[in-house]
Ligand binder design. Structure first.
Ligand SMILES: [Zn+2]
Length: 155
């Protein structure tokens, strides 16, 4: 089965690296070549070096990590949003079926999965059109939201 790396979006074959949890070999090498099963153990320097926006959400929608690339898209510094509820406190425009609904559906299915959508962030401070890749890890019960900006910038 082909899928996309949750971090860099390179295409990967799940059968080739079944224990990588949807993260490609080169990204795993960047975090020390260890087969990480817990994103919260990834070094901050690695998460901040990712080329695309990445938000890691706990099962209660709390932001575990919010990387620099995402911060550049939204203008919100990681330390001002980490620990907050993503849908309530940080990005209320995503609390809709087309976005939050997808995350909840993946959690409810209870197995590792990926979904992608195109979405317009419509925040009071910015508006931009993005491609979103959701990767859900059932065992750890968290979701990586990978954000690729298509159009628009922070105001
Ligand atoms: Zn990768």
């Amino acid at each position: 089965m082909l899928t996309e790396c949750a971090w860099c979006r390179n295409t990967i074959n799940v059968e080739d690296s079944p224990s990588s949890n949807g993260i490609c070999t080169s990204c795993l090498v960047d975090v020390g070549g260890i087969e990480h099963t817990d994103v919260s153990s990834f070094p901050r320097s690695f998460i901040d070096a990712l080329p695309l926006g990445a938000i890691v959400l706990a099962n209660d929608d709390t932001i575990i990590s919010y990387n620099l690339a995402e911060s550049e898209i939204t203008g919100m510094a990681p330390d001002t949003v980490e620990g907050k509820n993503f849908f309530v406190d940080v990005a209320p425009c995503t609390a809709v079926r087309a976005f939050q609904g997808v995350v909840e559906k993946m959690r409810n299915a209870g197995k590792d999965s990926q979904e992608s959508i195109e979405f317009t962030f419509n925040h009071q401070r910015f508006k931009c059109y993005v491609s979103i890749l959701f990767t859900y890890y059932a065992q750890a019960d968290y979701t990586i939201i990978n954000v690729k900006q298509l159009e628009g910038t922070a105001l």
